[in-house]
Unconditional design. Structure first.
Length: 355
């Protein structure tokens, strides 16, 4: 920690130098390192202060002239300081936990309707609305890359990018199968239907991380479909990119220009390939490990939205909240905070070993 403090001070000094400000790439890299180190440094300095206060209190007990009443006060203070130090040590441990290298990245999100026909598509659109409102509340930026709607206003598929501070660190927990239980608008007898939608959250890949060989790509053009402006159905501006080695197919039709759609489609493809590569590495690491939070395993149902009971249950951590309307209006922080805390607890458990 002393070495980390020295590095932190060095970063603060370099960030104030004119030559650093003149190099945007260097400034961003150093600022990111400074920002990442700050919580641990602040926790360590608070721990040092608490330790010094504890030592001063213990030194007072060495004075034989203290009366009994004052000695009791000092003993009480020592107990409080010891408890404070234990709390600060735990905070410091959490600050020093290994960070997910993707936490600072922007993301590509994909929502697809699952089992349930038209109701599944309507639920997929409800999820898209929920995430859109959450993104707006956080002050992040969102861009729709591809949207395939149904006649009833549902969404067979929606692909969009999200950019901002700490986007992946929050949204990474949303990958998986989401289940809804509600009475559909098309239901005439009031029966509750169960439908599903899948959500994929992928860290956005840089070109240097995933190199695409154009010989591995088949690029087709077609006319855009669906509601839109005057360019819809008049020009072959929509793009379909097929990655031949993996069979991945990406479509993009939301931009007016064929070149813009191609760039967006390649951006999604790179992110998918990076996510596939990272998931394979994570699967190998966690082959014998159970109960991981936030792996994005799409084979498991991660959350149920039960409208008749005003209930939202996250099955990974056994958390049930009864404020479904607020959640569907983008109030996801209570859920995401609990998921983040559980992930920290799992990491601390590994760090400390068996009790």
């Amino acid at each position: 920690m002393e070495a980390a403090c020295r590095r932190f001070e060095e970063l603060a000094e370099r960030l104030n130098q004119p030559e650093t400000a003149a190099d945007p790439a260097l400034f961003r890299r150093l600022m990111q390192e400074y920002h990442d180190a700050q919580p641990a440094i602040e926790a360590y300095r608070s721990w040092q202060t608490a330790r010094d206060h504890l030592e001063q209190a213990r030194a007072l007990l060495q004075d034989d002239t203290l009366d009994a009443e004052f000695r009791d006060i000092v003993h009480q203070e020592i107990c409080e300081k010891q408890q404070n130090m234990a709390e600060l040590e735990n905070i410091l441990k959490i600050a020093l936990l290994p960070k997910d290298k993707n936490d600072g990245r922007d993301v590509i999100m994909e929502i697809r309707s699952g089992a349930g026909g038209d109701e599944a598509a309507l639920f997929a659109h409800s999820l898209f609305r929920m995430y859109s409102m959450y993104i707006q509340n956080k002050g992040w930026q969102m861009e729709i890359l591809n949207l395939s709607e149904t006649e009833l206003g549902g969404a067979k598929e929606v692909v969009f990018s999200v950019s901002g501070a700490g986007v992946y660190s929050r949204l990474k927990y949303e990958s998986g199968v989401h289940r809804v239980q509600r009475v559909p608008e098309t239901e005439t007898q009031g029966r509750i239907h169960t439908s599903t939608a899948t959500v994929a959250v992928m860290p956005q890949a840089e070109e240097v991380e995933v190199q695409l060989d154009m010989k591995d790509l088949r690029i087709d053009t077609f006319r855009s479909s669906g509601a839109g402006g005057q360019h819809i159905n008049k020009t072959s501006s929509a793009i379909r990119v097929t990655h031949l080695p993996t069979g991945m197919v990406v479509e993009c039709q939301n931009e007016r220009s064929q070149f813009q759609n191609k760039d967006k489609a390649l951006e999604v493809l790179r992110s998918r390939l990076l996510a596939q590569k990272q998931q394979a590495q994570q699967d190998a690491i966690n082959a014998s490990r159970q109960g991981q939070v936030g792996t994005g395993d799409r084979s498991e149902k991660i959350r149920t939205y039960n409208f008749p009971q005003d209930r939202c249950t996250d099955h990974r951590i056994g958390l049930t909240l009864h404020n479904l309307d607020r959640i569907m209006d983008g109030g996801l922080d209570d859920l995401l905070d609990e998921l983040a805390c559980r992930e920290q607890a799992e990491k601390l458990k590994q760090l400390n070993g068996p009790a």
